[in-house]
Design a protein around this ligand. Structure first.
Ligand code: SF4
Ligand code: SF4
Length: 328
């Protein structure tokens, strides 16, 4: 497992992208099917307005952090999360343009995005992703209501919020940061999408865990080899104090927009072959063997999707703050 010295990590600059690409008149938004737009509306126009809620002034003191931590985890799972862990509210897990808050912990949870395990891009995948993101946002808001009812302030950290979700997920023990830039775990491979809620409540911290990912990424080059944007570095960099591989966002993003969310790196990751999605990965492994090159694999995926991506109007947001390298 990669050893991260948290004391050396600098806060990372983020960027406000969601409002631009999800504005009601943006081409990214209007080309989505209505079912997807409905979920975007629920997430962006309704749930994000409930990020922070009034706190009960009659606070319940926590005598047993283990008991309340277990209660919160059970709630997250009942609300639909597939995994949940607790991280310290560490500056390293927050974007630098937001002020640090007096929170103590970040509850990080994940849901499987099944299409990360399939060799498929297109409207079905887009719809499921919008649904998964809405459900994650909903879990964050619901948990935060409960924290508020116990008398503890919190903030639901939706996608595009103040928290760098993959780093928070790593700190909560949900997986390790793989070469493809996001969380990978033994059980779920690269299929987890994350949500979080920061809280004043002194929950019991899980902390980072060894999932055997860093060891495999040292010698595996599959995501680097098949990334159509050549956006995944084969070598580690010092990323604001974190020794990690880096995704070049400006190189990735044209494919992300063009293909309704590219995710080829996640589909080809061989951790899928060891995860609960190993049956689905067999099809991907056969396609990789047949295609051999990133161009041939992309052609195969596009052909399977039945969508003429070249005819779609593709907006790309092209401003990045200094020091910005990777989003997820
Ligand atoms: S999403 Fe696509 S373009 Fe971006 S890093 Fe992954 S494979 Fe490359
Ligand atoms: S494809 Fe290979 S190198 Fe890339 S994240 Fe997965 S295991 Fe690591």
């Amino acid at each position: 497992m990669v050893q991260v010295d948290l004391a050396k990590i600098e806060r990372i600059p983020g960027r406000a992208r969601e409002d631009e690409i999800e504005a009601a008149d943006s081409p990214f938004y209007t080309r989505q099917p209505l079912t997807v737009r409905r979920y975007l509306y629920l997430s962006k126009d309704l749930l994000r307005k409930q990020r922070e809620v009034p706190v009960n002034p009659d606070r319940t003191e926590i005598d047993d952090p283990t008991e309340i931590t277990n209660t919160i985890k059970e709630m997250a799972l009942k609300l639909g999360a597939d995994v949940v862990g607790i991280a310290d509210y560490h500056p390293a897990a927050t974007f630098s343009q937001f002020p640090l808050r007096d929170f103590k912990r970040i509850v990080v949870f994940g849901k499987e995005f099944i299409y990360d395990s399939k060799l498929e891009i297109g409207h079905h995948a887009t719809l499921e992703l919008a649904q998964v993101k809405f459900e994650l946002d909903n879990i964050a808001v619901q948990l935060n209501y409960h924290f508020a009812s116990w008398g503890y302030a919190g903030s639901a950290m939706m996608n595009g919020g103040e928290v760098l979700l993959p780093v928070a997920g790593y700190l909560a023990g949900l997986g390790e940061l793989g070469k493809l830039g996001s969380i990978i775990s033994k059980e779920h491979g690269s299929t987890l999408r994350l949500g979080a809620v920061a809280t004043e409540m002194p929950l019991k911290i899980d902390g980072p865990k060894d999932h055997g990912v860093d060891q495999v990424c040292q010698s595996c080059q599959i995501c680097t080899r098949f990334c159509p944007g050549e956006a995944i570095s084969p070598e580690k960099y010092d990323f604001h104090g974190i020794p990690r591989w880096r995704i070049n966002t400006p190189k990735c993003e044209p494919y992300l927009f063009k293909l309704f969310g590219c995710k080829i790196c996640m589909m080809v990751c061989p951790f899928g072959s060891r995860s609960k999605f190993k049956e689905e990965y067999k099809n991907t492994a056969a396609a990789i063997r047949e295609a051999k090159t990133r161009e041939a694999l992309l052609d195969k995926i596009v052909e399977q999707s039945g969508i003429d991506f070249d005819k779609l109007n593709v907006p790309v947001v092209e401003h990045y703050p200094d020091g910005w390298d990777s989003e997820e």
